[in-house]
Write a protein that binds this ligand. Sequence first.
Ligand code: NAD
Length: 270
Amino acid sequence: MHTQLQDKKEFAVGVEVNLEGKIALITGASSGLGSRFAKVLAMGGAQVVLAARRIDRLKELRAEIEAEGGAAHVVALDVTDYASIKSAIAHAETEAGPLDIVVNNAGVSTTQRLVDVTPEDYDFIMNTNLKGAFFVAQEAAKRMIQRAKGDPKRQHRIINIASVAGQRILPQIGVYCMSKAGAIHMTKAMAVEWGKYGINVNTICPGYIETEINADHFNSEHGKKLIDMLPRKRVGQPQDLDGLLLLLAADESHFINGAVISADDGMTAQ
Ligand code: NAD
């Protein structure tokens, strides 16, 4: 139905996300969600910087993106190594240009009871999921803040990938849950401190999403039982996060800051 209101520009609805001219860095882009996030942002028009340790896989992804007409760069990054973070972000900006969007996606987990967690397990998870994500965001934000001082209208986005596990406790992955809860609070702290520089920092909390690391598990007897307990008895696919990612990356989300948004098919609402 066409109404008179639609003829007035101020009432027009229908927003097309356009990331042309934006440069987005995605950590842990060598597999799973990170690889999908990179493709989606590239399809949205952004130049993407693929950052992870497995360079061969990043080069394959770059070729796929370029074959679809997108622009992609590859940088080596180990988020547990501060020097690597600094050099990866410097390299990204030299090669692609100033970063507008950072997707803090790299993450790891181990499965065990809390009483069995060793200091090495603890550091492995926390150093990647929380400390690593913090220093990636900090290094990017330092540069974003400098640019914002010269151009206060400039918009930046940091999107932290937490998890439902940051909002509720899932069995056998207690330290992972702690790290993701930390990532949620980290998001809010960054949003409060950096919002005035036009840096919006938000968190996506995915529910169970089938990726190569968990596909076998979801097909096992235990995995099937777990799926049976979910509200709609299904797990998600990486593309189920496309819409939310694009929204948080786009200029149109300029009033969303410090948000913790679940994309879990109702899991945390149960
Ligand atoms: P994945 O294992 O395929 O992806 C994790 C990526 O992080 C990999 O590419 C890995 O190489 C990279 N990585 C790990 N340590 C790194 C390091 N030190 N430096 C650089 N890169 C490193 O798993 P995924 O399912 O795609 O997970 C992506 C993110 O989504 C993680 O943060 C995970 O916690 C989160 N998440 C996943 C699910 C799910 O069900 N798949 C649900 C909620 C949250």
